[in-house]
Design a protein around this ligand. Structure first.
Ligand code: ADP
Ligand code: ZN
Length: 292
């Protein structure tokens, strides 16, 4: 089955042609400028390729309520040109195939749940730590949407005493996770690219501290069977042992399950599919679109 996958990001759009097993046959990237410029490029890539369906993992916020008149629209994004843009309807009308849309992080979570680090489990949380922070949640094969969709990046944090920028950089909140721990927050706080900070810099214990608060909150609120951390900042692999240790300390042995006691090394993990969770997730959404 030939399927299309669109990873719609704030800086680039990655179009892939693949199949229901997650194999990618062809891929091309286009810069995200304005819908007038970008949409025809996406349509041009997918049309005449014989795809049976298109799966879209997108930046948000996005309307995911199927019964809503603005289903599949990007809604209140700070990328003004894309506000209220009918992303899914426009692609569906131009390509004439069924389309399924979800957040980029829900798509990645679905891929990790189906083929990756959480294969065989009943639930998983996928969090990306990059230009922003977002989390996707799959529980028993269902992607969690709720009111809109979860906004893990805006979870409120308890300030870490050593933090010299405890208010963070989010324009909406004081001290939310994204505002404190996304790549640009690290760079603003220390005045140097996150890639260049030495491994023993205090930046990393602060970063791990906030990400551990998120993990501990997730454990007590959602009880996911796996927490997967991806995105550019998590390329700093030394963060993983720090986050695991601090999450355990914050939980204080309260949650009596081996996964969060002696099993922490296998509980908070990098994506099993590496950088391919996004495309694999979009292919799975396309597969769902075919199934109806
Ligand atoms: P996006 O979130 O835009 O999809 P990424 O997940 O690659 O893209 O995140 C980009 C952010 O990650 C940048 O803000 C950068 O600071 C940070 N980043 C990228 N690579 C590294 C690295 N090796 N170490 C630390 N931070 C990184
Ligand atoms: Zn915020």
């Amino acid at each position: 089955m030939r399927l299309g996958a669109l990873e719609a990001g704030g800086t680039k759009m990655v179009c892939s042609l693949g199949n229901e097993n997650g194999d990618v046959l062809e891929r091309e990237s286009f810069p995200t400028t304005t819908p007038e410029e970008t949409m025809p490029l996406l349509i041009g890539f997918f049309k005449d390729k014989g795809i049976e369906a298109l799966g879209i993992g997108t930046f948000g916020p996005v309307d995911l309520k199927k019964e809503s008149p603005s289903y599949g629209y990007i809604t209140t994004t700070p990328k003004l040109a894309w506000q209220n843009h009918p992303l899914l309807p426009q692609l569906r009308d131009a390509l004439g195939v069924p389309c399924e849309i979800d957040t980029d992080v829900n798509a990645a979570a679905l891929a990790e749940y189906t083929w990756g680090a959480a294969k065989g489990m009943g639930s998983c949380l996928y969090v990306t730590v990059g230009t922003g922070i977002g989390g996707g949640l799959v529980i028993e094969n269902n992607l969690v949407h709720g009111l809109l969709h979860p906004e893990f990046g805006h979870m409120l944090m308890r300030p870490i005493p050593e933090d010299i920028m405890p208010e963070g950089i989010c324009p909406f909140h004081t001290g939310c996770l994204e505002g404190l721990a996304c790549g640009p927050a690290i760079e603003k706080r220390w005045g140097v690219s996150a890639k260049e900070l030495p491994k023993d810099h205090i930046a990393w214990s602060i970063e791990a501290g906030y990400l551990a608060q998120m993990c501990a909150n997730a454990v007590v609120c959602l009880s996911p069977e796996k927490i997967i951390l991806g995105g550019g900042v998590m390329a700093q692999e030394h963060l993983f042992p720090m986050i695991r240790k601090e999450t355990g300390r914050l939980l204080g042995n309260y949650v009596q399950h081996e996964a969060v006691l002696e099993g922490m090394d296998g509980y908070i993990v990098p994506p099993g599919l590496g950088i391919n969770s996004g495309v694999a997730g979009a292919l799975l959404l396309a597969r769902r679109a075919v199934a109806g």
